[in-house]
Design a protein around this ligand. Structure first.
Ligand SMILES: Cc1ncc(COP(=O)(O)O)c(C=O)c1O
Length: 375
């Protein structure tokens, strides 16, 4: 018996390709959710499959007690494509783990304990990550942490007052995902950078959901021109293969035993990570994310009927003034569309960065039709 598994859609996909999944009956479903923003370059991309298959046949795993050249290759390519060539990479297995390690690095670096996080933040479900998460449903009593202060998102005055010489780290999502597709303003991120510099606090940008090309830039905070001290990532990094990472500015010094992992950076995970970057680069998927994001946004604007439309690139939230459960779980699903939600009233779209116009049109046509029924 499984604990705590609640499938939303009553289907069992047996095959997937590009932006589509098929069940055993051969019925096709369009994936506009990417399994929580994970499918970045498309399901079963031939180059990805080939790279992983070849690697699996050679060596799939050994721990970090040996040299793993794929780690260097991944770090090199990630540094180039993301615009952080001088940052070091720590490899782990998930977004929560990346955030845990970033918080730990910050505290090792300045010796402080106080952390500033933001209301409605989501940084993961492990003890440290959930302590900086503002979501009552998943925070257990043991996770309440007197060292964490939650400030309002995008509130410059509150940030100036709340970040002090005692602050170890400020952790923020460039775009809040689970919290409702709230985009940090450029001025807010610039204020955080400046205030962290003034106080000696470490600025951690959580790019787990909004990073890896989804917004049309490698990381969403790059629109604001700021340079974080630590950047965390996972989800799209492996296109379904579990891998996470922290990009670490050159000012951090590693010491023996400081960070570690058994599975992180293994041969297969790195091969998946390298294939994703190669495909993103060669198929111009960040450009596609910008173009298709604009196309979807314009289409949704034309349909109208929403309270607010937010997001960037292919991270889109459509907020309605009614609960979207029926719209998403039944009406859109009847068109064989997978979509996400964020809270009760928001439809969340996180498709593959390789999505095309035909797929976007399938969604727009279904939305236009079903919105009349739902509202
Ligand atoms: C912004 C953000 N940070 C961290 C996480 C946690 O990632 P993982 O589920 O891989 O631990 C998530 C997951 O949804 C996320 O959206």
């Amino acid at each position: 018996m499984l604990f705590n598994v609640y499938p939303l859609y009553d289907i069992e996909p047996v095959r997937a390709q590009g932006s589509y999944l098929w069940d055993a009956k051969g019925d096709r479903y369009l994936d506009l959710y990417g399994g929580h923003a994970v499918i970045s370059v498309g399901h079963t991309h031939p180059r990805y499959v080939q790279a992983l298959t070849e690697q699996l046949n050679r060596i799939s795993f050994y721990s970090n007690s040996v040299r793993i050249p794929q780690q260097e290759e991944l770090s090199e390519k990630l540094g180039q494509l993301s615009g952080y060539p001088d940052y070091a990479l720590f490899l782990c297995n998930s977004g929560a783990e990346a955030n845990e390690n970033a918080l730990k690095l910050a505290s090792f670096h300045n010796g402080r304990k106080q952390v500033v996080a933001f209301r409605k933040a989501f940084h993961g479900r492990t003890a440290g990550a959930v302590a900086v998460t503002d979501n009552a449903a998943i925070v257990a009593p043991i996770n309440y942490n007197e060292h964490v202060t939650f400030l309002p998102y995008n509130d410059i005055e509150a940030a100036l007052a709340g970040i002090t010489n005692e602050t170890c780290a400020v952790i923020i999502e460039g775009i809040q995902g689970v919290g409702g597709i709230q985009v940090a303003t450029d001025a807010f991120l610039q204020t955080l950078r400046q205030r962290c510099d003034e106080t000696g606090a470490i600025l951690i940008l959580d790019g787990v959901q909004c990073g890896y090309g989804r917004t049309g830039r490698f990381f969403s905070h790059q629109f604001s021109g700021i340079t974080p001290d630590l950047i965390t990532m996972a989800k799209g990094m492996g296109n379904g293969f579990p891998i996470g990472g922290v990009l670490i500015s050159p000012k951090f010094k590693a010491t023996y035993g400081m960070l570690g992992t058994t599975f992180g950076g293994n041969h297969l995970a790195c091969t998946a990570g390298i294939a994703v970057l190669d495909i993103m680069n060669e198929e111009n998927l960040m450009e596609n994310a910008t173009q298709m994001g604009d196309y979807l946004m314009k289409g949704i604007q034309q349909i109208g009927g929403y309270k607010e439309l937010r997001g960037r690139g292919l991270m889109i939230g459509i907020e309605y003034d009614f609960p979207v459960e029926n719209l998403r779980n039944t009406l859109l699903f009847d068109h064989h569309l997978f979509t996400g939600v964020a809270g009760k009233n928001i439809i969340r779209l996180l498709p593959s960065l390789a999505i095309g116009i035909d797929e976007a049109d399938l969604f727009l046509e279904a939305l236009s039709k079903e919105l009349k029924v739902a509202s």
